[in-house]
Design a protein around this ligand. Structure first.
Ligand code: ZN
Length: 292
């Protein structure tokens, strides 16, 4: 069990939703915490996706982050960290909060991370991630579930959970998003990858100056919105299906269990499923590593 004594949400709207013509803009809105994802946010994201899918006037969905960074990842230490809280679940899992030992996190992460990410990735409307600044760990999952990724030239990508002894975040798309040897480098060192380098591997579709990011995404969204909706759906589904044939889903299922073996090992050895590393300690370790 975790021990979050008190939860203080700094906002009641962790996700902003705006429709502009045929485009729904879904924006993570915890800029004061670099859009760290708590459950309040992931459930609000799910609400926003449902809203966009249900609105026939919406043809394209943009997923963005308010402020300096797209997302610093899962919430591992803000006052709004709410892992101990129950929510109305979206998948057919039992509530996690009263589950003992490793079952607690195993159940929770099936729902809020792996399950929801797969849901959003399979949504029938085309999605574009608009990425600036940090796109770290849990942030990667949100960019990767989108069909297209447009990044600003200051964006960087990183999954440093090796420091917690964990083989990548819950939605293990790393070896599909990057060539295997590059995925190993990315995970084993946990270092930052620039948007420019990511573009070289096709992990990012386009890199533009920060000042042009929103306009570029808006242009792409308008262009997509002019295409037949069913054609867009079938086309994204076709490519997603090829990824499935390459084993994406079963690879993720397998690695999800390694991920949870690592959480459990941390719990046994350190009494904490993240090996005692909170946001501050992770940031400090990253800074040290950057110095060499
Ligand atoms: Zn986890």
């Amino acid at each position: 069990m975790t021990n979050t004594p008190e939860i203080t949400y700094e906002t009641e709207t962790p996700v902003l939703y705006r429709v502009d013509g045929p485009v729904a803009w879904i924006t993570m809105n915890r800029p004061g915490f670099n859009n760290a994802q708590n459950s309040q946010m992931t459930y609000a994201l799910d609400d926003a996706f449902i809203r966009a899918v249900n609105d026939d006037a919406v043809k394209v969905i943009v997923l963005a982050g308010e402020g300096k960074h797209f997302s610093a990842g899962h919430d591992i230490g803000t006052p709004g960290r709410d892992v101990d809280r129950s929510f109305e679940r979206r998948l057919l899992w039992a509530d996690h909060v009263n589950k003992p030992g490793a079952e607690f996190l195993y159940t929770r992460e099936q729902e809020v991370y792996l399950g929801m990410c797969r849901r959003w990735r399979d949504c029938q409307k085309p999605t574009i991630a608009m990425v600036q600044g940090a796109c770290v760990a849990g942030g990667l999952m949100l960019a990767w579930v989108c069909d297209l990724i447009v990044a600003s030239d200051d964006a960087f990508f990183q999954d440093p959970v090796i420091r917690m002894g964990i083989p990548g975040v819950e939605y293990f798309a790393h070896a599909f998003e990057l060539p295997p040897r590059v995925a190993k480098e990315f995970l084993l060192f946990g270092d930052r990858m620039s948007a420019q380098r990511a573009e070289g591997f096709g992990m990012v579709n386009k890199v533009v100056p920060r000042a042009e990011l929103a306009a570029t995404v808006s242009d792409w969204a308008s262009k997509l919105a002019g295409m037949p909706s069913l054609g867009l759906w079938l086309t994204k589904q076709a490519v997603n299906h090829v990824e499935e044939l390459r084993g994406k889903r079963s690879a993720m299922d397998a690695v999800y269990h390694m991920h949870h073996f690592a959480h459990a090992q941390n719990q046994i050895l350190t009494g904490n499923n993240l090996a005692g590393l909170d946001a501050g300690k992770m940031a400090a370790a990253n800074k040290d590593a950057a110095k060499g």
